[in-house]
Design a protein around this ligand. Sequence first.
Ligand code: FAD
Length: 368
Amino acid sequence: MTDRFLIIGQGILGACVAYELSQRQPNADITVIAAHPLNSGATATGASWGWVNAHTDNDQYYFDFRNASRMLWHDLLADHPDLAAQILPSLVYDLDPEALDAAFLHHRNWGYPVNLLSHNEIQQVTPIFRNAPPKALLTQGELGVEQHIVAEQLLAKSNATCRTAYVHSMILKDGTVTGAMTDQGAVYADKVILAAGHGIPPLLRRLGIHFQLAKSTGLLVRSTPMAPFLDHMIMGHEFHIRQSADGSVLIGGAFDADHGDADLDQAVENLCNLVRLNFDLPSDLEVHKYSLGTRVLPMDGRPKIGFVAPYDTLYALAMHGGVTNAPMAAKTCVDDLLGEPRDTRSLTYDFASSPLSFDPINKDSSDV
Ligand SMILES: Cc1cc2nc3c(=O)[nH]c(=O)nc-3n(C[C@H](O)[C@H](O)[C@H](O)COP(=O)(O)OP(=O)(O)OC[C@H]3O[C@@H](n4cnc5c(N)ncnc54)[C@H](O)[C@@H]3O)c2cc1C
């Protein structure tokens, strides 16, 4: 009998899981449901800067996981050169000088393709700097991914059935999750995979499971297309900048209403001015659009991937850095769903591994 898989979420994680499942079990019956258009502000995938990388904020275990995922992106791109992603070098100097030195040593010792450049070397590598920083990390083999386009491409390649619907709750029969109740009616499946980003906590709450995400937002500005001038991704103090293949410039910055930021238009203007101040641009920077995205950030900052106990037909994936992590997270998910052993680099990232973020609660005391 063909296994029926229901994936809730068409963001980069849901799309990668659908693709990986279709490769590993070609006869699988896969349905992927989403409530929102992919490029809408309602999804993290629609508001992401799309940098695939494996450095900073690492212990070695997380580094190994991210780096394995970076290499899986290379494999995906080799198999499908049409994917909307570019392999690019990065210049990183958004850390204080000691932290930059430490990051360089750690990551070089872990085998990451990284160098530490001086002011003059940076100016040579990226002549558009008005005044290059004193030093920066130069990494190779990272990617800039147009993740909302790639998600659509992978969904198309998976041949999954894609539907627009809002999921209200899981369907339970004799204590087993057998599907999801949507605003279009019931959808039944042998395995249900929650890749619903911020939709995961409310859906689990209805099962009496408390799963919390931290509050964290980020600003993303996209310019109108400009002549090609930037062949690096640059992580500077207070801004990230890269140029996508269509010429538009993507600028990432901070904006958090919960931590005192109030005027979004002013924050956009300040971010653009930082870029104008730091770089020689081929023409004036004009804003095409901007978005304020909410990160899918587990309380301990690490990915949560696994079956949601006590349900052995319910699986969930939630993480920040999801563009980087999606191929490895999807591989882990499909290993688990097919009962195959996990890659040792994924062993830490069980859904229930953090008591801070996973805590079965008494249903009577829930707010639902
Ligand atoms: C500002 C910002 C910058 C970022 N930059 C980077 C970066 O440079 N590199 C990187 O690796 N990561 C980055 N990230 C993180 C990355 O974008 C996310 O980790 C990733 O997009 C999460 O994808 P997802 O598929 O889990 O969730 P989402 O993209 O949020 O998708 C959730 C899906 O679930 C669906 N859904 C939710 N609830 C329901 C429901 N009840 N019924 C039906 N469907 C539902 C939605 O419609 C959507 O399809 C950034 C994030 C932000 C916000």
